[in-house]
Ligand binder design. Structure first.
Ligand SMILES: [Zn+2]
Length: 137
């Protein structure tokens, strides 16, 4: 289960709406325990060099910086969020290929510029499938 505090959640929704019709992406920082708690959302640059309406890419150096930002706050990098403009919050094949099994992946569905729904996904170690994780926000 992953719980997102109201402040980072509002930041994620506003980031996802403001980058519409393109995909946004960012890091979720917080504490990892029985229950994951997201306390900070860190918007990152979508580095995909192409149409960003259906694709995002994170630069490794941005992920490293996000990890450091978490440590500086005595937190962990818990996961990655990104948006799906005019698309459901499913976990695509590309999402799976670019995933890491130790993170939670929150997908926000933005329909016509407005937040619609969200899901959190936990990829398996082979990156062949992702299980839905209970998401509270
Ligand atoms: Zn996606």
């Amino acid at each position: 289960m992953i719980r997102i505090e109201s402040e980072p959640w509002a930041a994620m929704v506003s980031h996802a709406s403001s980058t519409y019709p393109n995909e946004c992406c960012g890091a979720m920082l917080g504490s990892n325990g029985d229950e994951k708690l997201v306390r900070v959302a860190l918007p990152l640059k979508n580095a995909f060099e192409g149409a960003q309406a259906a694709r995002y890419e994170l630069r490794p150096e941005d992920l490293l910086a996000a990890d450091k930002a978490a440590r500086d706050r005595n937190m962990d990098l818990i996961g990655i969020y990104h948006s799906h403009p005019d698309c459901d919050a499913y976990f695509s094949k590309t999402d799976l290929q670019n995933s890491c099994p130790w993170y939670s992946f929150v997908v926000l569905s933005i329909q016509k510029g407005e937040f619609d729904h969200a899901n959190s996904w936990l990829p398996n170690f082979d990156q062949t499938e992702a299980a839905k994780e209970e998401l509270i926000y």
